[in-house]
Design a protein around this ligand. Structure first.
Ligand code: COA
Length: 352
C-alpha cells in the first residue's frame, strides 16, 4: 500500500502531529438554555455532546499557531520550508493566514499559503504539502488545519450552532521513502461546483460584496442545506474512499482505521457501513469537539494517537467532504511518533 512512485523517487512522510482546542467548552445543555433544542436531539441527530469555542477576539491564526508549535515539537524540528494553512475562516479575506502563522512560529522566510476547500481542506492540504516534497520544492512542510466556525455561524441558528466547534490540528511532513511508516498517498481529490449553494457564506466575497448596508446580515453567516449535505457527505466520502483503495490496489479489509472528516456520527457510521468496514475501525472524536472543519481529521488523529487507539504500522484511510462541493481521500501508514502534546497538557508527552 505504499504511495505511487514519484518522479523524484521521494515520498512525503508524516513525522509530527499536534493539536489545540480553545479551553472554553460549550455543552449541549448550555446550548439548550439559549436555543430551542435539547441534549437528546443533538446527540441523536449528530452524536455531538460538546464542542470548544474560541473566546471573542481569538482568531484562527491563534489556534493554528498553538497546533503548529505542538506539531513542530512532535517532529523535533523548528525548520520547515513551507507552511500551509487549510481554513474556511481565515483571519482576514486578504492576506492569507499562513504567512502570519509562519512568522509567529519563527518561520519567517518559509513559503506560506492558505488552502480553501472547506471541510476537505486538510486532505487537499496533505496532497499539496506532499506534492511540494515529492517535486523537490520543499524538504519539510508544516500543514495546519484550523477553523473558528463560531465566527461565521449565527449563534441563533439552532441547526448550525449545534454542529460546529473551533480547533486546530497540524502535521509535519518530511521527505523520505515510500515504504516508510508515515508515507502518505495515494490520493483521490474531487469537486462539483454545481453544489455551491448547499454550503455557503453568501456575502463578503466578490459576488456579493461587503459594502456597508448592502448585504442582508443573514448572508454573512454560514448557511447549509443539512439534509442534502448529509446525503452528499455519505456518498462522496464513500466513493472517494473506494476510488483511493482501487488506485492503491487495496481492499477494505486491508484498512485498520478509517479516519473520516468528523461531520456527524451518523454520517461517519454510514460511510463505514457502505464501505463494509467494521464500526470498531472507525476513528471518531466528534462527540467531544463537534465538526471543526479543516481541523477535524488532524484533531481526530491526535486524539486517537494520544489515547493509543491507533498504533504504529496501522494502515489508515482518511476521507473528507466539504463545501464546494469538494471531497478527497488518502492512504497513510501510521508512524511511530516520539511525542504528541495533547491540547490541554502542554507539558505532557505521549508516545504513540
Ligand atoms: N434542535 C431541535 N430541532 C431541530 C434542530 C435542533 N438543533 N435543528 C433542526 N431541528 C428541527 C427542524 O426544524 C425540523 O423540524 P420540523 O420537522 O418541524 O420542520 C426537524 O428538526 C428535522 O429537521 P431536519 O433538518 O430534517 O433534521 P435532520 O435529521 O436532517 O438533522 C442535521 C439536521 C443538520 C443535524 C442533519 O441534516 C445533518 O447532520 N446534516 C449534515 C450536516 C453536516 O454534517 N455538515 C457538514 C458536512 S461537511
Amino acid at each position: 500500500m505504499p504511495p505511487p512512485p514519484s518522479p523524484s523517487g521521494r515520498a512525503a512522510v508524516l513525522c509530527g502531529l499536534g493539536s489545540w482546542l480553545p479551553p472554553r467548552v460549550v455543552t449541549n445543555e448550555e446550548l439548550s438554555r439559549r436555543l430551542d433544542t435539547s441534549d437528546a436531539w443533538i446527540r441523536t441527530r449528530t452524536g455531538i455532546s460538546r464542542r470548544h469555542i474560541a473566546e471573542p477576539g481569538q482568531a484562527t491564526s491563534d489556534l493554528a499557531v498553538e497546533a503548529g508549535r505542538r506539531a513542530l515539537r512532535s517532529a523535533g524540528t523548528d525548520d520547515v520550508d513551507a507552511v500551509v494553512v487549510a481554513t474556511t475562516t481565515p483571519d482576514r479575506s486578504c492576506p492569507a493566514t499562513a504567512p502570519l502563522v509562519a512568522s509567529r512560529l519563527g518561520l519567517r522566510g518559509a513559503a506560506a499559503f492558505d488552502i480553501s476547500a472547506v471541510c476537505t481542506g486538510f486532505v487537499y492540504g496533505l496532497a499539496s504539502a506532499a506534492s511540494l516534497i515529492t517535486a523537490g520544492v520543499a524538504t519539510r512542510v508544516l500543514l495546519i488545519g484550523a477553523d473558528t466556525y463560531s465566527t461565521i455561524v449565527d449563534p441563533h441558528d439552532r441547526t448550525n450552532a449545534i454542529i460546529f466547534g473551533d480547533g486546530a490540528g497540524a502535521v509535519v511532513l518530511r521527505g523520505g521513502r515510500a515504504d516508510e511508516p508515515g508515507a502518505v498517498g495515494h490520493f483521490d481529490l474531487g469537486s462539483d461546483g454545481t453544489g455551491e449553494e448547499l454550503i455557503m457564506v453568501a456575502a463578503g466575497g466578490s459576488r456579493q460584496r461587503s459594502t456597508p448596508g448592502e448585504a442582508d446580515p443573514q448572508d454573512r453567516y454560514f448557511a447549509m442545506r443539512g439534509k442534502e449535505v448529509f446525503r452528499h457527505a455519505v456518498t462522496r466520502m464513500t466513493a472517494s474512499a473506494q476510488a483511493t483503495l482501487t488506485m492503491a490496489d487495496c481492499k477494505v479489509e486491508d484498512i485498520d482505521r478509517l479516519v473520516p472528516h468528523q461531520a456527524n456520527l451518523r454520517i461517519l457510521r454510514s460511510v463505514a457501513e457502505d464501505l463494509g468496514l467494521p464500526p470498531e475501525r472507525l476513528v471518531t472524536n466528534v462527540e467531544s469537539v463537534g465538526n471543526t472543519g479543516a481541523a477535524s481529521i488532524p484533531l481526530a488523529l491526535a486524539d486517537a494517537a494520544t489515547r493509543h487507539t491507533v498504533q504504529p504500522g496501522e494502515r489508515m484511510l482518511l476521507t473528507a467532504f466539504g463545501g464546494g462541493l469538494t471531497w478527497g481521500s488518502c492512504l497513510l501508514t501510521w508512524p511511530a511518533l516520539s511525542r504528541i502534546d495533547t491540547p490541554h497538557n502542554t507539558g505532557g508527552t505521549q508516545a504513540s
